[in-house]
Ligand binder design. Sequence first.
Ligand SMILES: Cc1ncc(COP(=O)(O)O)c(C=O)c1O
Length: 380
Amino acid sequence: MNWLQEFPDHHPRIWLNTAHQGVLPLKAAEAARDAVAWKLEPWRMTQERFNGVPQRVREGIARLIGADANDVVLANGASHGQHLWADGLGLNSADEVLLMSGDFPSTRLPWLRLRADGVVVRDVESAAPVPTVEEVEGALTDKTRVLGLSWVHSFSGLVADLGAIGELCRDRGVTFLVNTTQGTGALELSVEDLPIDGVTNAGWKWLCGPYATGFCWMRPEFRECLKTKRAYWLAFQTASDLAAGGDPDPDRNVGARRFDLFAPANFFSFNAWAAGLELLGEIGVDRIRAHDAGLVQQLLKGVDRALFAPVSEVGASSIVVLEALRSDAQSIASGMAVAGIEVAVRHGRVRLSPHLYNTAAQIERAIDALNDCGRQGANS
Ligand SMILES: Cc1ncc(COP(=O)(O)O)c(C=O)c1O
């Protein structure tokens, strides 16, 4: 399957910053235009579409992460799930939460706020940006209730061992909650087979969704422990039920839908995202993973090791982070942008994040530009 034709042709520009924003597939752009057409003629916003669009998103996600669609919560980013968890667990001064230092802020802030309630919130001490299972084990205490971290670390590309860390958490009765944003869509994930309780994920990176899309998945037994005062009417009934009148029962168990973002049929975003998720599902994450891994390998082989030290090596994730040894990261990124190649600077390092729409020829150009820019700094 040649999926390149499913994406816009950016030539001569090269987008190597999926860890910031994934590229919207052409089918998704078309679906967004359809959603605009429905709003121009509102009689086209039918009940089937109100029900069908959120359901297609749920099913598209479920297929990509090995979940039951009924356990998928619709969201507008990763922070939605983080807040459901931090707000809903009812933690107090008898409890402790462990985090990963240097993690993406949305994986930390909702928990750090709990310090005001006396909850102990600590970082796992680790030598590398992502802790090992031994380091997590060393940090656990009898008070630890939650371990919350990212699967793929945004600023290094390093990957947490969810299997081993999750087993440890299970043995010790610790809830394990993972921000999978920088992995899902690029690395295979099968949430039901992993010893984890919940994942939360922004949709606009490796899942190629519009900005302000996302999801959260929770194991049903964990979901049932969460407290919430939410009772959004569309989780309990459809607009058609308004014809008869009367309140639905706000205590009825409606499963994961109780935790959805409000207005889950947000057509402009979700009609587009549904089409994109279906495309990724058709391609298959195994094939995307193989493609991305080839690009990462090529990149790491091609960069001049006298100019750059990679923070992660091949096989980790689709994020390549390079320490510039003889120049500064910002001037390298600016030099590459002049050459039409878009990369990011994060925590003082150059970050490149190729995905399924990038090609080996683009990586070849990126390598030449990187080595040129890394050398120029060294000469100036
Ligand atoms: C790991 C990770 N989580 C979350 C986000 C953003 O999601 P949100 O704005 O919903 O927190 C990003 C990047 O923007 C990220 O790298």
